[in-house]
Design a protein around this ligand. Structure first.
Ligand code: 0GY
Length: 307
């Protein structure tokens, strides 16, 4: 990795710079493993950030992402369009084109997108769109516009990635149920870890997955969800241990509908920046058997993005 700073707080962006020099994970990823949730940001001088963005990220280029992929032992990436680039997918598409088929993308599109533009995104490796309902990140888009987009992208067999906060699931439930594609939920529907794994809130998310066979979950972002945080590491993997019961439950209940990703470069984290090597070491705690690991890291993402 070629970047001088490590986890510094950046006063201009308000969030921490991503972590350089990540550890080599102790957990050896299976051959063909996919980092199924990560981003590229800019670089801003080449791919300007969207005027309507709610935050300005640290630059995080495709070359830096691919270097991290190789360092951690992943084979492929799924690059998710982040809100700071709005509906201008050019940085993400540029990364897909440079990946030699080793990256797929999730785009943000508006109602005005043409079929030719969707086809061009598809040809570059895009396999879905993201609908974001997190109020601190986006202004809301009318539901009829989202439904129209979801209905149109079905022709390309794309999926819809949904990002929302757990407290909003009751209100969003019927809308999600009306979407005609595969749905992939970011970060397990962002449960409030303090409420506990047996809380009605997390039960509702489990029910949502149980009742809708088209719903998948990314069991991602322990560093974002954890209340305990990166607890002392004394040779044992203890970081983010309060998130383990949540992710493990989803992996064990729905082993064929889960995927995993780093979320590099971890936008909007203000307290600490994770070492991506240690994040990989979180995986065997939530997917304890070789069979579950193979599904989570290889078979499931390959079925979703490369078939
Ligand atoms: C994530 C999480 C965040 C940001 C975005 O699109 C985005 O800006 O996804 C966040 O701030 O929680 O998945 O990267």
């Amino acid at each position: 990795m070629s970047k001088p700073t490590t986890g510094d707080f950046d006063k201009t962006t308000g969030w921490m710079d991503w972590y350089t020099g990540p550890a080599k994970p102790a957990f050896k990823l299976p051959a063909g493993a996919v980092d199924a949730h990560c981003h590229v940001f800019g670089p801003g001088a080449e791919f300007p950030y969207a005027p309507e963005r709610k935050y300005t990220p640290c630059d995080a280029s495709k070359a830096q992402l691919f270097a991290l992929r190789d360092h951690l032992g992943f084979d492929k990436n799924v690059i998710v369009q982040a809100t700071c680039h709005g509906a201008d997918n050019s940085a993400m598409v540029d990364a897909l084109k440079a990946s030699n088929g080793k990256a797929r993308g999730i785009a943000t599109v508006k109602r005005s997108v043409t079929d030719a533009e969707i086809q061009a995104l598809h040809d570059a490796g895009v396999r879905g769109v993201r609908f974001n309902f997190v109020k601190r990140l986006v202004d809301s888009t009318p539901r009829d516009e989202l439904l129209e987009i979801a209905t149109r992208i079905k022709k390309w067999n794309w999926q819809v990635v949904i990002y929302f906060e757990a407290v909003d699931l009751p209100e969003l439930w019927d809308f999600f149920a009306s979407l005609p594609t595969t749905l992939v939920v970011d970060h397990m529907g962002t449960p409030n870890i303090a409420k506990g794994v047996d809380s009605p809130e997390f039960d509702l998310f489990v029910k949502f997955m149980r009742e809708h066979q088209n719903v998948w979950s990314k069991v991602t972002c322990p560093e974002r969800l954890s209340v305990a945080g990166p607890a002392a590491l004394d040779g044992e993997q203890k970081a983010y241990r309060d998130v383990v019961p949540f992710a493990k439950r989803i992996v064990e209940l729905f082993p064929d509908r889960v995927i995993w990703g780093t979320d590099w470069p971890h936008p909007n984290l203000k307290k600490h920046m994770p070492d991506d090597g240690l994040l990989v070491d979180f995986i065997p705690h939530i997917a304890p058997t070789k069979e579950l690991q193979q599904k989570l890291l290889v078979d499931n993402p390959m079925r979703l993005y490369w078939s």
